[in-house]
Design a binder for this molecule. Structure first.
Ligand SMILES: [Cu+2]
Length: 457
């Protein structure tokens, strides 16, 4: 009944801070704070225990704990949640403590940790603590290491966080369903000495993906590869917050991949090095500069760079279909097809028929197309110069001079210094060099259709 009282109390509250937690009954089960917002929450400064530099969870939050007899106690509640994927679209997912992904868990190397896991799903579950060194019976593979956690029951996991680094958690029970429904979370074990591996800003997020039919709310859990929502922490552009950095900051971004495919993650304007994986910190001699790092399925990568270039820098998955929202893959390519004459005939039969794609697909970024309710446009988002024509796994790293150390607020669009923006050439068009034609071979005649002289529809 202690449980029931606590759940009722937290149901309406956005989140109970650590102060609320310590006030909770010091009895059996610690309070389970819940989050009702999808926005990035400020880092949680540790109120007790050993000091560390907290991480910032992109469009997420860190789970407060209670300290009991020297043990850090956390309470995760596995439950159905409603997650806003981006403004205009909500998904019915499964997650932890009100959100998908669940809250980030932050501990310090050597901490004794006790995690209470309450199952409020309609089926059994477990939690696997990906990458951790722990007793075999705490590893969370249902049937192999422990009995499944039945509906309505609470299980306890206890271990010492032995290795500093970057980890995640997810069910190892009906995994295909439960991960397709959004059950996952981030875990960071900070080093004992807060001086080593120190950075100014430390961001974390998980790569995940959903297949939700336009106009519906629940992911299709049997989809293997053809997902239509490519998300970071269950958010897609323009719903993903920017990663705000102070000019000159040393920045770390930790990324875990719990989708069914790899994601080459690409940062504009800076080089970075991969300083860590889920197996630990990489030896400095093993690092090389990159601007894209591939994060394979089930892997984690920590990348680091110095934020030396002010501006709004794109940061995205480099698979171009992963920076789109729901799209039809069966649509034929219409580039270069002359619709004149045909369109008029079709419109007589289908009055709403729209000619699309013969000049490329960019019109999709601006077009006001009728969409079913609860559906995101394929390309969307507006920047200072117009439509950004993106979706999915895309956001910006915003680097600004003069921010406060703890300021993570969106500073708005970058104001470019005069003379530093690409501009239209106003002189005579320069002649393009052409290679000399090769010896003539008989073959089909191909006429290149150029847009000049072809009016807009
Ligand atoms: Cu991708």
């Amino acid at each position: 009944m202690t449980n029931r009282r606590i759940f009722l109390k937290t149901a309406g509250a956005a989140m109970l801070g650590a102060a609320g937690v310590s006030r909770a009954a010091q009895g059996a089960v610690p309070e389970a704070p819940s989050m009702d917002k999808p926005a990035t929450q400020p880092p949680l400064a540790p109120p007790n225990g050993r000091p560390y530099n907290p991480v910032v969870t992109l469009n997420g939050w860190t789970l407060p704990w209670r300290m009991k007899d020297g043990v850090k106690e956390f309470h995760l509640v596995a439950e159905p949640v409603v997650r806003e994927i981006a403004p205009g679209m909500k998904a019915h997912l499964w997650g932890y403590n009100g959100q998908s992904p669940g809250p980030t868990i932050e501990v310090v190397e050597g901490d004794k940790v006790r995690l209470f896991v309450t199952n409020k799903l309609p089926e059994h579950t477990t939690i696997h603590w990906h990458g951790q060194r722990l007793p075999n019976g705490m590893d969370g593979v249902g049937g192999l290491n422990q009995p499944q956690i039945p509906v309505g029951k609470t299980y306890v996991y206890e271990f010492t966080a032995r290795r500093p680094g970057t980890f995640m958690y997810h069910p190892h029970a009906d995994e295909m369903t439960q991960m397709a429904m959004g059950m996952m979370g981030f875990w960071v074990t900070h080093p004992k000495d807060p001086g080593i591996l120190r950075v100014d800003r430390d961001f974390v997020f998980l790569l995940n993906a959903y297949d939700i039919d336009p106009g519906s709310f629940t992911p299709k859990v049997n989809t293997m590869l053809d997902f239509n929502l490519w998300t970071w922490n269950s958010r897609s552009f323009p719903g993903i917050d920017p990663l705000v950095c102070r000019l000159g900051d040393k920045v770390r971004i930790r990324i875990g991949n719990l989708t069914m495919t790899n994601h080459p993650i690409h940062l504009h304007g800076h080089e970075f090095v991969v300083t860590g994986t889920d197996g630990g910190w990489t030896a400095p001699g093993s690092r090389w500069p990159e601007v894209t790092t591939d994060v394979a399925v089930g892997q984690m990568r920590a990348i680091e760079f110095d934020a030396t270039e002010p501006g709004d820098w794109a940061f995205h998955c480099h698979k171009s279909h992963h920076t789109m929202n729901p799209m039809g893959h069966g649509v034929p390519t219409m580039i270069g097809i002359d619709h004149r004459g045909i369109a008029e005939k079709i419109i007589r039969l289908v009055p709403e028929y729209m000619v699309m794609g013969e000049r490329g697909m960019a019109d999709m970024g601006e077009m006001e197309m009728p969409l079913p309710d609860n559906t995101l446009p394929m390309m969307t988002g507006t920047g200072p110069f117009g439509a950004v024509e993106m979706g999915g796994m895309f956001t910006t790293v915003k680097i600004r001079q003069g921010l406060a150390r703890s300021d993570f607020k969106d500073p708005g669009w970058y104001k470019h210094p005069a003379g530093t923006i690409a501009y239209e050439w106003s002189g005579a068009a320069p002649l393009a060099e052409r290679a000399a034609p090769a010896t003539k071979q008989p073959g089909p005649t191909v006429k290149v259709r150029k847009p000049a002289g072809h009016g807009k529809h």
